[in-house]
Design a protein around this ligand. Structure first.
Ligand code: BJ8
Length: 396
C-alpha cells in the first residue's frame, strides 16, 4: 500500500491478509537469498514468545484454528463436545488444509488447557511439536522459575532444530521489532476511544486479526502507520462512519467491549451480531486485541528476564488467580467509556466459562452491564445470539 490508498482498500488489505499470506509465505520459504528467513514456526497461543523465532531468522505464524471447515474430520478422532478451537487446530493439521500448518517446520504448543495438552499428543504424530510447560499461576517464584526454564528450553530446541544461534543482540532487536508492532496495533484500537468511533468493531477486528499474517516487518509498520493516519484524517475531515444505527437512525450507539476466548474468523459472527443489533464494539480485551497489544516487553533489562515477565503476566483464564484480566478489563472500560461488556465463551472452554462469574461480579461493582454467551464455529446459533444480544443492547 502507498500513501494514496483509500480506507476501503486499506481495510480490504487486512481482511485479505490471511489468504495473501499463504503466497507470501511460500515465496519466503522458497527464497534463495541468504538473509531471508526460511524456517516456519506455527503457534496457537499468545503465551508463546515469538521473539525467539524472529531472533533466529524464522517466520512465526498463528495457525488456522478459526473455522469449522475441518471440524468434522477432527471429530473422527476427538470428542464432539470439545472446544472448537482445539478441534479446528487438529482438523487443519490432519487434512493439510491449512497452508500455514503445512509450511510449519515446527509447531510450538503450550499446556494452557487440558484439551490442548491432549490434542498436542496426537498432533505430534503428524508434525514436529514442541510443547511448553506453562505454569498456571503468576504469583509464585516457582512459576516464574519454571517459565524461565521453558523459555530457555525452547531457545535450545530452536537452535538445534534450525542450526541458528539466538544471540542476545538478535533477541533484543526482535523484542524492539515486536514492541513496535504492538504499539501500532494498540494505536489502532485506541482510535475507538473517540466518540463516536472512527471505525466499526468489525473493521478494527479485521486489522488486528489480519496484521498477524503480514510477514514483512517494515512493510507492516508502514501499512499500520498509513492506516492510522488515514482513519484519523477522515475523522478530522468530518466523516462519522458509525455515528448512528443504520436502521433506527438512533445515536449515539452503545459502546461495547468484547472479552473472553480468542475472536476472529468464524467467530467474527459475534461482532457482526452486536453491530447489527444497534451497538458498536469499541475494544476487544481478547487475545486478538488488548490482551496481546496493551503491554510492551521491557527493553531495558536482560531479554530473557523481560520475555519471562511479559508472557507469564498475560491475563488469560488459564491462570488461577487471574487478576491481570480484571485489571485490563477495568482499564479498558474506563478508557473507552463502555456502556456494556459482552463475553464470548467457546463451547466447552471451562476456564473462561467458570471465570465468567468473577467477571460479572467485577463489572457489577462498577455498574457496567455484562452478559456472557457460549458459541462455537458454526452458524447454527446466530439467530439465538441475535435474540439475546438484542435484548441486552435494548436494556442499556
Ligand atoms: S492466552 S485465550 S490463545 S489460551 S483452547 S483455553 S478457548 S478450551 S485459546 Fe487462548 Fe492462549 Fe489464553 Fe489466548 Fe478455552 Fe479452547 Fe482451551 Fe482456548
Amino acid at each position: 500500500m502507498s500513501e494514496t490508498h483509500a480506507l476501503p482498500e486499506i481495510f480490504e488489505s487486512f481482511s485479505e491478509a490471511r489468504r495473501q499470506g499463504f503466497i507470501a509465505m511460500k515465496k519466503l520459504k522458497e527464497a534463495k537469498l541468504p538473509d531471508e528467513g526460511k524456517g516456519v514456526v506455527g503457534t496457537f497461543c499468545s503465551y508463546v514468545p515469538v521473539e525467539l523465532f524472529l531472533a533466529a531468522g524464522l517466520i512465526p505464524v498463528g495457525l488456522c484454528s478459526t473455522s469449522d471447515e475441518t471440524i468434522g474430520e477432527a471429530e473422527k478422532v476427538l470428542p464432539r463436545n470439545l472446544c472448537p478451537l482445539i478441534k479446528a487446530s487438529y482438523g487443519f493439521a490432519v487434512t493439510e488444509k491449512c497452508p500455514y500448518m503445512y509450511f510449519s517446520d515446527l509447531v510450538v504448543g503450550e499446556t494452557t488447557c487440558d484439551g490442548k495438552i491432549k490434542m498436542y499428543e496426537l498432533l505430534g504424530r503428524i508434525k514436529d511439536v514442541h510443547v511448553m510447560e506453562l505454569p498456571h499461576s503468576q504469583d509464585k517464584g516457582s512459576s516464574r522459575a519454571l517459565w524461565m526454564g521453558e523459555i530457555k528450553r525452547l531457545k535450545d530446541r530452536v537452535e538445534k532444530k534450525f542450526g541458528a544461534a539466538i544471540t542476545d543482540d538478535n533477541l533484543r532487536r526482535a523484542i524492539q521489532e515486536r514492541n513496535r508492532e504492538r504499539a501500532l496495533l494498540k494505536k489502532v484500537y485506541e482510535l475507538s476511544v473517540m466518540n463516536p468511533p472512527p471505525l466499526t468493531g468489525l473493521q478494527q477486528l479485521q486489522i488486528l486479526f489480519g496484521a498477524q499474517f503480514k510477514f514483512n516487518h517494515e512493510q507492516k509498520v508502514r501499512e499500520l502507520e498509513e492506516t492510522i493516519n488515514s482513519i484519523t484524517a477522515e475523522y478530522q475531515n468530518g466523516k462519522r462512519p458509525v455515528s448512528a444505527n443504520a436502521k433506527t437512525k438512533a445515536a449515539p450507539l452503545p459502546r461495547i467491549i468484547v472479552t473472553g476466548c480468542p475472536i476472529g474468523g468464524a467467530t467474527e459472527k459475534f461482532t457482526r451480531v452486536i453491530e447489527e443489533s444497534g451497538a458498536v464494539v469499541v475494544a476487544y480485551e481478547n487475545c486478538t486485541g488488548a490482551k496481546q497489544f496493551d503491554r510492551q516487553v521491557d527493553e531495558s533489562v536482560d531479554p530473557y528476564e523481560a520475555l519471562c515477565d511479559y508472557y507469564l503476566n498475560i491475563g488469560c483464564s488459564v491462570m488461577s488467580p487471574n487478576p491481570n484480566r480484571l485489571e485490563l478489563l477495568g482499564r479498558l472500560c474506563d478508557q473507552f467509556k463502555a456502556d456494556g461488556v459482552l463475553e464470548m465463551v467457546l463451547q466447552s472452554c471451562h476456564t473462561y466459562a467458570i471465570e465468567s462469574h468473577s467477571i460479572g461480579e467485577f463489572l457489577k461493582a462498577r455498574n457496567i452491564p455484562f452478559m456472557s454467551l457460549e458459541t462455537d464455529y458454526s452458524v447454527g446459533d446466530t439467530e439465538q445470539l441475535k435474540t439475546r444480544v438484542a435484548a441486552f443492547i435494548e436494556m442499556l
